[in-house]
Design a protein. Structure first.
Length: 263
């Protein structure tokens, strides 16, 4: 999208975890710009403390910084190699929430899109989970029907990609081999598919009622929680979001964790 029209465009940000496949992020950027005609101003990369993941993240950074789209890339480090514990999962969710709020408040994003194609399955499900409670405008997954062709391109250019990761100036090396790298990271939109994932947002009254329970130090009378139906309470109790007994509703550890993430 040309810079001359930026002021008239609605700014959007993409947030997503990086895994072992850099193109799933650059392909979504390309698709939003070239097919959906969106003005992508910012991209947030959620990167674990894993060398191979860092390499893919660096490839995305150079590709976007050297594109013609004037995109600002924000790197958010996660303090673990993989999501292997409940605590890791909550940290990932909290970091993602912080990124969503920052894109809105600091970078003036009018729209927020989540990319669930990268990272581990726990990250994918976590991003989709957060979309139910937050002002995001879309959740996308990127797939390649021609995965064999993509793998062939990677294998053919394995040495160049390895040299890029070890270059003293990553952007300079990418620029020198831009045609090769762009063929991998920005294929024709017909070569991949973008799936819009359905999201059913929680009604605000329901979410605020849950928060009221979670903020409680001990328990609340059922009659004082008007925003939740009996079915809401029974279902929430089955997932340990709260406990219900003898007309009283109690917060749980899981509920308080979710409150911390959403605050």
């Amino acid at each position: 999208m040309g810079k001359d029209g930026d002021k008239e465009m609605t700014k959007c940000s993409i947030i997503g975890a990086i895994g072992k496949s850099a193109p799933v992020m650059t392909e979504l950027v390309e698709w939003l710009i070239e097919v959906k005609k969106e003005f992508v101003s910012d991209v947030v990369l959620l990167v674990t403390d894993d060398e191979e993941v860092w390499k893919q993240g660096e490839l995305v950074v150079s590709a976007l910084e050297l594109s013609d789209w004037d995109i600002h890339v924000h790197w958010r480090e996660l303090p673990f190699k993989d999501v292997t514990t409940d605590e890791d999962n909550f940290t990932f969710l909290k970091k993602t929430m912080e990124a969503i709020y920052e894109e809105k408040s600091k970078h003036d994003a009018d729209r927020i899109y989540l990319n669930v194609a990268g990272g581990r399955k726990t990250m994918t499900s976590g991003l989709h989970f957060l979309s139910q409670f937050n002002p995001v405008d879309g959740v996308y997954h990127v797939v390649s029907p021609q995965i064999g062709l993509w793998n062939q391109k990677l294998e053919q250019n394995k040495d160049k990609i390895d040299e890029f990761f070890h270059a003293s100036d990553l952007n300079r090396y990418y620029e020198k081999n831009k045609k090769t790298f762009n063929e991998i990271l920005f294929p024709e939109p017909t070569e991949f598919e973008v799936i819009s994932m359905p999201v059913l947002p929680y009604p605000q009254r329901v979410l605020e009622s849950f928060k009221k329970v979670w903020r409680s130090d001990s328990k609340i009378e059922r009659s004082k929680i008007e925003g939740l139906t009996d079915n809401d309470i029974y279902r929430a109790a089955s997932f340990d979001l709260l406990k219900y007994k003898d007309g009283w509703v109690y917060p749980t550890k899981l509920g308080k964790k979710l409150l911390e993430i959403m605050s």
